[in-house]
Write a protein that binds this ligand. Structure first.
Ligand code: ZN
Length: 132
């Protein structure tokens, strides 16, 4: 079962916790045991799994990735957003999460984050749930 989620970002660089939205897609599918794939159909956004307990982790993550890939660095790409393209590929466009008894198998401190690198924009997230 494929679910298309809408995510509206409000900042240029932002990490949004989408765990509840992905879990709802899994619950709505009725699948009890299987695999959930989260895919980002954009070239300047990404998805990752990381800590959702201390918000400073997200703050550090976004601050440090901006240092690793600065917005201005003599890039050639005419659109002016090469940094966002680079960060998206570094973080990645998909995650796979195991489903056990209808629940996403995530560690106690893990959440699924939509990563915006060229916002604010209206984005899509594809969630494919497979199993039985
Ligand atoms: Zn571009």
């Amino acid at each position: 079962m494929l679910t298309k989620l809408k995510v509206n970002t409000t900042k240029h660089t932002q990490m949004l916790d989408i765990t509840d939205k992905v879990q709802k897609a899994v619950s709505d599918s009725g699948v009890k045991d299987g695999i959930c794939t989260v895919f980002i159909p954009h070239t300047t956004a990404a998805v990752t799994i990381n800590e959702n307990a201390d918000p400073d982790v997200v703050r550090d993550f976004t601050t440090e990735i901006d240092k690793i890939v600065p917005w201005e660095d003599g890039y050639y790409h005419f659109e002016g957003n090469s940094a966002a393209h680079l960060k998206s590929s570094m973080i990645g466009f998909s995650e796979q999460i195991i489903i056990d008894e209808g629940r996403l198998v995530l560690g106690t401190w893990q959440g699924i984050y939509f990563c915006e690198y060229d916002g604010p924009r209206n984005r899509k997230v594809y969630v494919m749930v497979m199993g039985e």
